[in-house]
Write a protein that binds this ligand. Structure first.
Ligand SMILES: *Cc1c(COP(=O)(O)O)cnc(C)c1O
Length: 371
């Protein structure tokens, strides 16, 4: 068995190489580098596949969150509540508006705990950003009830959860917006930076689209100052090719997860904890993270690495404890789950092209560590 990486992007490229290569050529031949026809096609298809009325493509997923917050008028002295366990982009986008980041702990499904959200609401709270972490949707029904009761906006950070759903309703059904990242390693990955916003509100979609393109409607007709955060033509063309496969790839990811669960069943609960799936929340397995004993995790990683299996940790430090948030003076006791899971979680290789014998090999390697 050769080296097994966390996400093998080359294997996927090889399977669609001729389509990708000709799509890139087509963009160059047609001089459609920024926004343009390929991006417009992508926005249309992306709305269809995500079950949303409108999409606005952006330069990346962080900007997508930032633009949504700006469109809702979030500004300094406002507070926005988000998960204590995510990638920093989520909280960064809040700080970019000048608003204050308010972290709430997660529950055992690794998504934000609705009870914790409610505890953090003040008269300054404007919005909630739940993160559909690892590919499993947060408890949107409960979060929506809380938001409605306190008159708050919801933006769903769906960077890790393309094509996931909650209660069989597509992402975005319970909120003003959902945002996506097409960072190369995401389930739907470009070959560079890219992102998108989806919404069912026409005016908001239009505003977001203009804001990401210098506030313009026409070439030099700027209605307000915006920013430069646009999808480039090459990335759009690549994403248009990949959109044709995303449903099939998602099914394959779910299958990989099922094989992992079956194979690891004998040691599950005793030595490791499998990714828990909540009733009603769909899981598209952007990341397949098990939990190991915090005293054994680094040894398990070494064991897997020595047998050619790469692993990851998502994420080794809870957001409130990062040096970047030192000034907020958070204590680890405030976020017991996020802190505990940061010491226990271990991500195993997962991608649609991962082969059955490779999954079995990874599982046998884990089992041999414990037996
Ligand atoms: C990847 C990611 C983002 C956005 O990332 P970009 O690199 O800006 O596209 C936001 N939130 C989460 C949870 C992510 O995983």
């Amino acid at each position: 068995m050769g080296q097994i990486v966390l996400t093998d992007l080359k294997r996927q490229y090889r399977s669609i190489k001729s389509e990708i290569d000709s799509a890139i050529k087509e963009v160059i031949e047609s001089n459609s580098f920024i926004k343009g026809g390929f991006a417009a096609d992508f926005e249309k298809s992306f709305s269809q596949i995500t079950g949303s009325k409108y999409s606005a493509a952006t330069g990346n997923g962080t900007d997508a969150l930032y633009i949504c917050l700006k469109s809702l008028g979030v500004k300094s002295n406002d507070e926005v509540i988000t998960a204590a366990n995510s990638f920093i982009a989520t909280s960064e986008a809040i700080s970019m508006t000048g608003a204050k980041v308010i972290f709430a702990d997660c529950n055992r499904y690794y998504t934000i705990d609705p009870t914790e959200i409610e505890k953090k609401i003040t008269s300054n709270t404007k919005a909630i950003i739940p993160v559909h972490l690892f590919g499993q949707t947060a408890e949107m029904e409960k979060i929506k009830k809380i938001a409605d009761k306190h008159n708050l906006f919801i933006i769903e950070d769906a960077a890790q959860a393309v094509l996931s759903s909650y209660s069989n309703k597509p992402i975005g059904s319970y909120s003003s917006f959902a945002t996506y990242s097409f960072f190369p390693g995401k389930n739907l990955g470009a070959y560079g930076d890219a992102g998108a916003i989806t919404t069912n509100n026409k005016e908001l979609a239009h505003w977001c689209s203009m804001y990401g393109n210098h506030g313009r409607t026409d070439k030099y007709d700027h209605k307000f100052e915006g920013i430069n955060s646009r999808l480039d033509g090459i990335q759009a063309a690549i994403l248009n090719v990949k959109l044709k496969y995303i449903e099939e790839w998602t099914k394959k990811r779910k299958r990989v997860a099922e094989i992992y669960k079956n194979e690891l069943c004998p040691i599950s609960q005793k030595s490791i904890i499998m990714p828990p799936t909540r009733d009603g929340s769909d899981h598209v397995y952007h990341i397949f993270a098990i939990r190991a004993d915090e005293k054994e995790r680094s040894e398990l990683i070494k064991h897997l690495n020595s047998k050619g299996v790469n692993t990851g940790i998502h994420y080794p430090i809870a957001l409130p404890l990062l040096t970047a948030y030192k000034h907020l003076n958070h204590k680890k006791e405030e976020f017991p789950n996020a802190v505990l899971f940061s010491k226990q979680l271990l991500s195993l290789p997962i991608f649609p092209e991962l082969k059955d014998d490779e999954i079995k090999y990874i599982c046998d390697t884990i089992k041999s560590f414990y037996n």
